[in-house]
Structure formats: C-alpha cells, structure tokens
Design a binder for this molecule. Sequence first.
Ligand SMILES: NC(=O)c1ccc[n+]([C@@H]2O[C@H](COP(=O)([O-])OP(=O)(O)OC[C@H]3O[C@@H](n4cnc5c(N)ncnc54)[C@H](O)[C@@H]3O)[C@@H](O)[C@H]2O)c1
Length: 270
Amino acid sequence: MDLLITGAAGLVGRAMRRELRPWFPRMRLLDVAPVSDPAPGDEVMQGSIADLSVVSAAMRGVRGVLHLAGCTTEAPIEAQVEGNVVGAWNVFEAARIAGVERVVFASSHHVVGYYPRRRRIGTEVLLRPDSRYGLTKAFGEGAGALFADKHGLRVLCVRIGFAGDAPVDRRRLSIWVSWRDLAQLVRIGLEHPSLRYAVVYGASDNARGFFDNRVAFDLGYTPKDRAEDYAAAVLAATEPEPEDEVGTIVMGGHFANLDHQGDPRRVLEW
Ligand SMILES: NC(=O)c1ccc[n+]([C@@H]2O[C@H](COP(=O)([O-])OP(=O)(O)OC[C@H]3O[C@@H](n4cnc5c(N)ncnc54)[C@H](O)[C@@H]3O)[C@@H](O)[C@H]2O)c1
C-alpha cells in the first residue's frame, strides 16, 4: 500500500484521495464511519484510531500515513482526548512499531487561534489554542516532535486554515487552502528527502493571510491558488465584522467565541 489515510471518509479525506491518487495509487482508507466511495484497489477498514490494534493493523505494509481522523468539533474534552490525544498517539506509535517512517499530521490553525488578526505569525510562536479542539491538536504536534526525535520518524504537521473549494467569508480569505495546495503540502511531508520534523500552515497564496509560511516555502512549497481571486465576491457578499466579540478580533473566529469569558479585548494585551 502506498498510503494510509485515517479519517478517509471525511471532507478532507475525500478530497485528498482524489488529489493524491496520481502519486499514491494504492490507498488504505481507515475511518470509524463507513467509506462509501472507495476507488478500485483501495482497501477499506472501519474502526477507531482510539484502538491501537486497529491502527496497527491499518499500518501494515504502508509507505506513509496521512493522519486526518479525530475530533473536529468543539465537543466535550473526553471526545477530544479520545480522538486527538489517544488517537494521535496511537497513529504515531503504530507507525513506529510498523517501521513506517512518514507521517503527515492534520493540525489546525486553532492551535494559535487566539492570536489577534492584526498580527502575522509563523509557526515558531507560542501556542494560543482557542478551544479544547485546538489544545488537543497541539498534543498531536508535540507527539510528532517526540516521535521524530526519539524514534526517527519524519513528520510534517500541517496547521490547516480552512480547506475548501473557495474562501467563503472574510476571515477565510486569510486562512484558505485549496485542495491542490493542501495536497502539495501533503506530498512534501511524504516525500521531501531532508524533512525530519516541521510545522507549516495549510494556507494558499493569501494576500490577506494571517500566517508567515516561510517554513513551508523553505521546503519547496509553491502555492498555486490565491484567495484574492475571490476577494471581490466575498467582500460584496458579506458585511465587515465589528470587533464586538473575541471571534472577530482573533484568527480562530467562532471557536474563540465558544465559552469565552470576560472582555474580548483582553486577548490583545499579550
Ligand atoms: N476542513 C478544514 O478546513 C480543517 C481545518 C483545520 C484542520 N482540519 C483537520 O483536518 C482533518 C480532517 O478534517 P475534515 O474537515 O475532513 O473533518 P471531518 O470531520 O469531515 O472528517 C474527520 C473524519 O475522521 C473520522 N473519525 C473521527 N474520529 C475517528 C476515530 N476515533 N477513528 C477513526 N476515524 C475517526 C470521522 O468519521 C470523519 O470521517 C481533521 O484532523 C481536522 O482537525 C480540517
């Protein structure tokens, strides 16, 4: 098998199967939900990444892993831990046991979602998770570093902004990544000869971008798509966002609003 994709039934999983097929024709698709539309030759496995024996079985004989599965909403902490802590650990651990060297981990910009939009940040900044989701995604980045240093895995963490066909609102003009640009980053993670461990932003060429993606550029990333091509339509269709709640002040948007207590502008003080 050329590639194991966890979370293959999800939004990103379906798109990455399509985009990566020319380079990774034989895929094993793992998801706790049914995978309804495998390509001929794909191997489908239904099971949870929270179960190490399931992930170990999925890992057998693969060249690399695209790890997408996990909790993707602001669910209670127990669900975050199951999907994004235990699950991420199991993926790295199963890769180590099976001798699978390459793991691309789908992280999220929500690990730094409390940074004010007026900043432009690289991946070396302190974490400012905007949610339980962002916090547990940060665990996956840390686990990747641990397995790279301790066990020699080669790991790329991609802090996806908003993956989709097009940026759909003003905030997403700053964080959008097209499917083909995201696939290019995944290929860098699976193929770059000198990659050991790196964290990059999953973002296209966005003129209004929040992120300094120089780590990705140093690895040869050349985004093909520009959010600005959609800007006129997005700006015409949406109202400017008043800075009256924290989600319109910081990069993470709605996730920052959830459960936020006190003065929204407090987060501008550091
Ligand atoms: N879509 C985006 O714009 C975006 C942005 C930032 C980060 N991400 C990350 O990219 C990844 C994919 O996101 P998505 O939008 O496709 O999400 P999604 O919710 O559509 O897909 C996630 C998939 O993982 C599966 N899954 C959940 N828990 C599982 C478990 N315990 N075992 C096995 N499978 C499990 C789900 O059934 C689902 O098919 C996620 O890790 C997400 O955090 C996505």
